[in-house]
Write a new protein. Structure first.
Lengths: 290, 317, 240
């Protein structure tokens, strides 16, 4: 096979795996609570910045910062749901997404105010190193992150399927009222779910910090990608996040390689727009109708 | 009877206020205040357009800036490439925006809630990318990509643009009045409250939504065209910028969605606030905007005017 | 004279056959009762008639038109209106405005005419005193009458009433029945879905019975009450 094509596909898959990782949290939150979290990108931004600051001040390897990012974002997400979003959770959905939009503005601009517009990046000893084979180049950091991404998705699946809390979360997403009757504290479950969603998103943010440019306004682009991924895969349908991510990653990579970077951005929006119009339940059709 | 009297009183006050505003340029000698007033009117118009569509129907549009941007580009291209003069260019800009809104609105308005919001946002961002990439992709000179388009120098004063904006904004405001008292308005509000029940009661929900969407697009196109000529230089990043959408949303939200005075109150307040914070505190303004959104949603979702309406039981403001 | 004719209507949702080959007709100035256990398909059938669902099979003939699959607002303007089991008032509007919407859009009247007609209908259903009240602040029976008024003001000749008496006490039911008779006597034709047996039996000229999506019986109230299949459907067993 043509090396350029193969490289583009590999790049796309690596990219896609990461997309899947940080979109899984978005899909989880929507699937359980019906909340479209427009501040999702900010969770990634905060995860990436956690990595950056720990790297800058403590010289910690970015991958080692991931547990800290997870912990911090879990608390952040949990508190945000518990004390802010929960207050509108029983009202029409429009309230929650305007609310998260307000949170997006506040968090992004607070970050901008305190950390300035400066673009930052993390350079480690292995930053520029690639695994080279068959004429292809696969950066080590992207490879590690890709594996981490798959791990995140598998761990989330395991958590939801096998643990007590996970079952409570699934029950709540299937039938809130019945779960309530079974003794599940819905608001608490919502807070925990958001915490978990935020934690894995923060983890994803930390895991991409070795190779992306980190800046306070980076969030919005990621929110859009997450949205595109879950619409492709099916809103609220966990495995869909993986398919959606891989498909989007490869689509972007191919257009960037053969057309231009700008057009690959346009492709993301076009895919999103047409999916919403023609097939809002995702490619496999298992997503939730709004 | 009491209701009719207070409505008449309100209407008289409104006419007086409109005349006063229209005479404002004649009483002020400061170019700064004139310009500020013109900007305030512009935002009242823009927020009003968003209110026409999203405020009344409840379909939260996150992409209205696209019609503003299309209007800007239509005017710029007509004036630079085809040597069309200003006024016809602006009218065409509005028509172009409306014509594009129609085929976009039909499929998009079938979506609900956040799907509609994201789809409209996606369309807006797509258009921005088109403006950026079109020329390079097709080897033509049309949108001029990120170089932007420089319009012919207007040689006109702030006074000229004040009145251009005033006319369009007045039209938008009067449209609000029409909505508050007409079949169209009741239809839109019914759609907001219970779309399903409205349809069964005979409301042509698709037709009404489309009408609101296209009308809003038309006026946004006009305003985009006017401002393009005013600031003389446009780029895709500027005229398709999501910040303009954010402004329209927050101004209407703060003032009161689906009310007559809402956009006027919200736009005036926030224009002044932004002016006060100046260009050095852009982040501060956005932080405040974010905070205002959160507070409004949690505490007073009907906005300033909406909450007053509820307290005092007034129906038509 | 037949005003509404339903022929072989079926509607399924995935594997669930909600309505299966149901046929019936409604005559001029008739009150047709529709009964059946919960989940029998009554609301789904109504939704097929009113345009909310497009039936999988069958035809709905109304005023010389084939209306199956037509959009609800068009069917309403043609002359068929429905009240909903789960009431949906326009919450931010007053009682008057709620009905006004129906007059303006369903009734296709101009503002002045619509306001007059709204006042008339509110008078008829006994809500005139509540005109300026918020639609959410009135009692349950009043809200039921609001649903009815909103359907009535559209000028529709055929009214489909889906459990319009749910939540009413016996005295209120009697008043509601009186109102329905008045409406029928003015020339309207009604299909009434109710669970309150004495109400349905008392007011209906004819009754059809649905169970598991099919029509299992049709006839005068007296016949239906004694029909074995009907009894079995409700009680789950035969009375020997």
């Amino acid at each position: 096979m043509d090396t350029v094509l193969l490289q583009a596909i590999i790049n796309g898959l690596l990219l896609g795996g990461v997309y899947a990782a940080y979109s899984a949290g978005f899909s989880l939150i929507f699937g359980v609570m019906g909340v479209v979290n427009l501040a999702h990108g900010e969770l990634i931004m905060l995860g990436a910045f956690t990595s950056y600051w720990m790297f800058a001040y403590f010289n910690m390897d970015p991958y080692l910062t991931t547990p800290f990012a997870m912990g911090f974002l879990f608390v952040f997400g949990y508190l945000m749901q518990k004390y802010i979003i929960n207050r509108v959770i029983e009202q029409p959905h429009i309230m929650s997404y305007i609310l998260t939009f307000g949170i997006h503005l506040m968090v992004a601009n607070l970050a901008l105010k305190f950390w300035t517009h400066d673009f930052r990046s993390i350079t480690t000893s292995y930053s520029g190193l690639n695994a080279a084979f068959w004429g292809l180049h696969v950066p080590y950091s992207r490879l590690i992150t890709f594996c981490l991404a798959l791990f995140i998705i598998a761990a989330l699946w395991f958590f939801l399927a096998r643990t007590e809390t996970g079952r409570a979360i699934r029950a709540t997403s299937m039938d809130k009222e019945v779960a309530r009757l079974m003794g599940v504290n819905i608001r608490e479950i919502y807070a925990i779910t958001f915490g978990i969603g935020a934690a894995i998103t923060g983890l994803a943010g930390a895991s991409i910090s070795p190779f992306v440019i980190i800046y306070p306004e980076m969030g919005l682009d990621y929110t859009i990608i997450a949205f595109c991924v879950v619409v492709l895969g099916g809103m609220g349908y966990m495995p869909g996040a993986l398919w959606g991510g891989l498909i989007l990653g490869v689509a972007q990579s191919l257009t960037a390689t053969y057309l231009s970077a700008g057009i690959s951005v346009a492709i993301t929006f076009l895919i999103l727009f047409f999916m919403l119009i023609f097939r809002p339940t995702g490619i496999v059709g298992k997503g939730l109708e709004n | 009877m009491n209701r009719d009297k207070s409505m008449r009183r309100f209407w008289i006050l409104f006419i007086i206020a409109s005349v006063a505003v229209s005479l404002f340029p004649l009483v002020t000698t400061s170019e700064y205040y004139l310009r500020l007033a013109a900007i305030m009117l512009l935002w009242i118009g823009m927020a009003g357009c968003w209110n026409l569509m999203s405020g009344y129907t409840g379909y939260i549009d996150f992409g209205p800036v696209v019609y503003y941007g299309l209007g800007s580009y239509a005017t710029a291209i007509l004036m630079t490439k085809y040597a069309v003069s200003f006024f016809p260019s602006v009218i065409v800009a509005g028509v172009v925006a409306a014509l594009i809104a129609l085929p976009i609105g039909i499929p998009t308005l079938r979506l609900k809630g956040s799907y509609f919001a994201i789809a409209t946002f996606a369309f807006a961002e797509t258009m921005k990318q088109v403006a950026l990439e079109f020329d390079r992709a097709f080897g033509v000179t049309f949108f001029e990509g990120s170089h932007g388009i420089t319009l012919p120098l207007s040689g006109q004063s702030n006074l000229f643009f004040f009145y251009c904006v005033f006319v369009v904004t007045l039209a938008v405001v009067l449209l609000h009045y029409h909505i508050e008292h007409s079949k169209f308005g009741y239809g839109l509000k019914a759609i907001h409250e219970a779309e399903h029940a409205a349809e069964i009661a005979g409301v042509n929900t698709t037709g009404m939504k489309l009408r609101a969407y296209v009308t809003s697009a038309f006026f946004l196109g006009l305003l985009g065209g006017i401002e393009a000529y005013w600031i003389t230089y446009i780029t895709p990043e500027d005229v398709f910028n999501v910040h303009k959408t954010v402004q329209m949303v927050i101004m209407t939200l703060l003032g009161g969605m689906g009310t007559f005075l809402g956009p006027i109150v919200g736009a005036s307040f926030l224009t002044l606030l932004q002016e006060w914070l100046g260009t050095t505190f852009v982040e501060d303004y956005m932080i405040l905007v974010g905070a205002i959104i959160i507070v409004i949603i949690l505490i007073a979702p009907r906005g300033i005017v909406g909450t007053i309406k509820e307290w005092k039981g007034i129906r038509f403001i | 004279m037949v005003v509404l004719e339903c022929i072989d209507i079926s509607k399924s949702f995935g594997a669930l056959m909600a309505v299966e080959m149901v046929s019936f007709s409604l005559n001029q100035s008739e009150i047709l009762g529709m009964i059946g256990p919960n989940g029998a398909g009554k609301t789904t059938l109504f939704n097929c008639l009113i345009g909310v669902y497009k039936p999988d099979t069958g035809q709905v003939r109304f005023k010389g038109h084939e209306v199956a699959g037509m959009r609800p607002h068009k069917i309403c303007r043609l002359g068929m209106a429905k009240t909903s089991q789960i009431m949906e008032p326009f919450r931010a509007m007053t009682v008057f405005e709620n009905v006004l919407v129906g007059a303006l859009h369903g009734g296709q009247l101009n503002m002045a005419e619509a306001k007059r007609e709204t006042a008339n209908v509110l008078e008829l259903v006994g809500l005139a005193d509540h005109s300026d009240k918020s639609s959410t602040s009135i009692s349950v029976p009043a809200r039921r009458r609001l649903e009815l008024a909103r359907a009535l003001v559209t000028g529709s000749d055929v009214l489909l009433l889906d459990e319009n008496m749910a939540g009413l006490n016996p005295h209120e039911i009697d008043e509601a029945l009186e109102l329905l008779r008045k409406i029928r006597n003015s020339g309207k034709s009604l299909i009434v879905v109710e669970h309150i047996m004495r109400a349905v039996m008392g007011i209906s000229d004819r009754i059809i019975v649905l169970n598991y999506g099919s029509k299992i019986a049709e006839g005068a109230p007296g016949e239906i009450a004694n029909d074995e299949q009907v009894v079995e459907a409700y009680l789950g067993c035969r009375l020997s």
